[in-house]
Design a protein around this ligand. Structure first.
Ligand SMILES: [Zn+2]
Length: 368
């Protein structure tokens, strides 16, 4: 591979609708046909570019399945698509191996992940491993994994690994709206984090001469700015789920364009990954990235108060306590963060983070 080679893998078809879940079968036929432009969101199947896929493996958790099962099955059956359900478990190597073996037996053409995060990640990783196209069906907007080629894995060194971009992304906003509001607020935190991630990327580019793609960076920044600029209105009228979903999809696409998670994952994500290891299961991904963004903004000399205000407006946590963490967790995570991924240059690479500095940073930004 030459050092200046750059490949981009992008989703082919993205549908965002309201109460459109009954069109899932039609959507899959458009995908299988390699078309998409001819399909009608009203549910018509007039397009000649549709073809029935040879079956689909569906990965979901039991709660989500209970809610969507009837509609999904009805839609697939009326499109004549064979389906096999699989229950997502923990993203541990054991459960992934089990589901993977089951799906390989299915002999289907595509794998869909239907859920808030884990099911989508599981399906994404498995479909990549067995080289079958992946379809993302997010039921909550809590992070930007729905359209990205990355998966978070839980291990001794939690971080993101590369899988492949979804072939299709199918969203029913009505389902996203009925998810607990904290999930949407977490999605806002994951979007706001892009501001920091892009700053870190620029810094890394200056210091280490790594690749920097302005188009991907600007796209990721735009998603974050949509949240920040509209947050006062969200505080008054409620967060616009559709705008957040569009932002999260754009962020995923920005990662596809960049060919790395750089535009959406910087020091604030390293901090969040450190918390995953220090206090497993406490707080949502976007909540941890949100409070991380406040502190990293201060290190970058950015307007951290503006970031805190936007998070507050959308109902996302702005203190450790609101996430369920204490000062010790925060200090340890700040000191551990950069070590999780030393090669990714961020503001935390600039000078050593000591417990004393960490505590002073957390206190000065109101995190503890
Ligand atoms: Zn994230």
């Amino acid at each position: 591979m030459t050092s200046n080679m750059h490949t981009m893998e992008l989703p082919r078809l993205i549908e965002i609708g309201e109460k459109n879940l009954d069109g899932f079968g039609r959507f899959l036929c458009s995908l299988a046909g390699g078309g998409g432009y001819g399909s009608s969101s009203a549910g018509g199947s007039s397009s000649s570019a549709t073809k029935r896929p040879d079956g689909i493996s569906l990965v979901s958790g039991s709660n989500v399945r209970r809610i969507i099962r009837k509609t999904v099955e009805g839609s697939l059956e009326s499109a004549g698509i064979v389906y096999v359900w699989h229950k997502a478990g923990k993203n541990s190597p054991d459960s992934l191996d089990r589901i993977r073996a089951e799906i390989e037996e299915d002999d289907t053409e595509m794998v869909a992940g239907i859920g808030g995060g884990r099911s989508v990640d599981t399906a994404k990783m498995i479909s990549f491993g067995i080289r079958r196209p992946f379809v993302s069906v997010p039921t909550a907007a809590s992070h930007d994994g729905m359209a990205s080629p990355f998966v978070s894995i839980k291990s001794d060194r939690p971080h993101s690994i590369v899988a492949s971009a979804p072939l299709g992304v199918f969203v029913d906003i009505n389902i996203i709206k009925s998810a607990p509001p904290g999930l949407l607020a977490s999605g806002c935190g994951d979007l706001i984090a892009n501001i920091i991630a892009v700053r870190d990327w620029q810094l890394g580019h200056r210091r280490t001469d790594e690749y920097y793609g302005r188009y991907a960076a600007d796209l990721a920044t735009m998603s974050a700015m949509m949240v920040i600029e509209n947050s006062a209105e969200f505080a008054e009228k409620g967060t616009d789920a559709r705008l957040i979903v569009e932002g999260l999809i754009s962020a995923g696409v920005a990662s596809c364009i960049a060919g790395s998670s750089r535009p959406c994952s910087g020091s604030e994500h390293l901090f969040s990954h450190a918390l995953d290891a220090i206090a497993p299961g406490v707080g949502l991904h976007g909540e941890k990235c949100g409070i991380g963004s406040i502190m990293m903004a201060k290190l970058h000399g950015q307007d951290w108060r503006k970031i805190a205000r936007a998070l507050r407006d959308v109902g996302a946590p702005t203190t450790a306590e609101q996430v369920g963490l204490d000062a010790d967790h925060i200090v340890r995570a700040l000191c551990m963060a950069q070590g999780l991924r030393p090669e990714r240059y961020t503001i935390l690479s600039e000078s050593e983070m000591t417990p004393r500095r960490a505590l002073s940073l957390a206190k000065s930004t109101g995190i503890v």
